[in-house]
Design a protein around this ligand. Structure first.
Ligand code: DSN
Length: 416
């Protein structure tokens, strides 16, 4: 590269990534093939529209790439082309979720999104007020049980029946446990909206998509109407997102009575609603990652990701740390460091999430500070840290390595 400044920064970042222990739950390490596709000549190409229906010439290969990405996405999750459509153009997770709401929810200010509150593990785009999703639609927040720190489906059902949301969102960014998608479907069916339909059930599986692909986490596809996911977390692809939607779901226009499929409405919301030309280099890289995830090696990886997270959670708990929900069923471990001292000599309140994250970074362990259910501090300096096993498992670490990582975390945090 001729640009010395940028070249130096790329090299430095590469070295930084090699040197640290990366426990950011939403990050991973992609293959050389994914990087090659991202850096390919597809970056030069404008391809507004969809395969066979573009607004620019020269689409011979872009169409092939986009169709391959769609076919691979459906195959990876065992979905039939007759029943499911997938849009592979969203630039990332937030625009993908926004596109679903723009496509399917009322735009007259009456729409309601029922989503988990941010501090309990939900995502900003599940209707939080600082996100566009909470400005255009009203969030009906639900949380976890204060004692068990796991989802209480009965409470969510009661709330849904009272509030009658247009869409119920499940799937979270800081919830370590599995989700019972069947129960969420039952909740959606227990609510009847003014027009006689039920709320749409959407699953945002961004965090655990790789575990679903590797059959290490329940699949939402049997129950959800719409499934969104980023590609760059446990799925180990480029930064990007996918929207899967059932082909048989339709909306009836109130005035004309004409039916429109969810799939068409979402496609139109992505383009031209929210985006212009798709990033074809990114879609090429998505296709590469989806093929990589459809292998027995990736299934083994998913098994190891879960084993490693479990080893990390168990060792931290053994050392006296407060592991939220008392463990994990996924790649993710949430630790309430503010509660350090419940079983230790220093007493609760010894260290905040920010202090923990900063201390760990100095020691070469990268984590993110995170709110915990029932948070009493601020989101900027919360009580917890969120840890994940996806990136270090890609680098070949096993349970014994994660036990050592837990011990190192313990030592660093006790040094405060
Ligand atoms: N920011 C991502 C995460 O870290 O979970 C979600 O968008």
């Amino acid at each position: 590269m001729k640009d010395i400044q940028i070249s130096k920064l790329i090299k430095a970042e590469k070295e930084r990534q090699k040197k640290v222990i990366n426990l950011i739950a939403s990050e991973n390490v992609v293959s050389k093939d994914v990087l090659e596709a991202l850096g390919s000549e597809f970056t030069n190409k404008y391809a507004e529209g969809y395969p066979g229906k573009r607004y620019y010439g020269g689409q011979t290969y872009t169409d092939k790439i986009e169709i391959l990405a769609q076919e691979r996405a459906l195959k990876l999750f065992g979905l039939s082309k007759d029943k499911w459509h997938v849009n592979v153009q969203p630039l990332s997770g937030s625009p993908a979720n926004l596109a679903v709401y723009v496509g399917l929810l009322p735009s007259d200010g009456t729409g309601k999104i029922m989503g988990m509150s941010l501090s309990h593990g939900g995502h900003l785009t599940h209707g939080h007020k600082v996100s566009a999703t909470g400005k255009f639609w009203k969030q009906i927040p639900y949380g976890v049980d204060p004692k068990t720190e796991v989802i209480n489906y009965d409470e969510i059902k009661k709330l849904a029946i009272v509030e009658k949301p247009n869409i119920i969102v499940c799937g979270f960014t800081a919830y370590p446990r599995t989700v019972d998608f069947k129960k969420f479907k039952e909740i959606a069916y227990s609510v009847v909206l003014a027009d006689g339909t039920h709320p749409i059930l959407m699953c945002d599986m961004s965090h655990f998509a790789g575990l679903v692909a590797g059959k290490q986490y329940p699949s939402p596809f049997e129950y959800a109407d719409v499934v969104t996911t980023t590609v760059h977390k446990t799925l180990r692809g480029p930064r990007s997102a996918l929207i899967f939607v059932r082909k048989d779901k339709v909306v009836k226009d109130k005035k004309t009575g004409k039916e429109q499929s969810f799939a068409d409405l979402i496609d139109k919301a992505v383009f031209p609603g929210l985006q212009g030309g798709p990033h074809m280099n990114q879609i090429a890289a998505v296709a590469v990652a989806l093929k990589e995830a459809d292998t027995s090696a990736f299934k083994k990886y998913a098994v190891q990701v879960k084993k490693n997270a479990s080893a990390l959670a168990k060792e931290l708990a053994r050392l006296g740390w407060y592991v939220v929900s008392a463990g994990t069923d996924s790649h993710l471990v949430l630790v309430d460091v503010w509660m350090f001292g419940v079983k230790n000599e220093k007493g609760a309140g010894a260290i905040t999430g920010s202090e923990a994250s900063d201390l760990l970074e100095k020691a070469g362990i990268i984590v993110n500070k995170n709110t915990i259910p029932g948070e009493t501090r601020s989101a900027f300096d919360p009580s917890g840290i969120r840890l994940g096993s996806a990136a270090e498992t890609t680098r070949g670490k096993k349970e014994k390595d994660f036990v050592l990582i837990a011990q190192k975390i313990d030592k660093v945090l006790r040094s405060k």
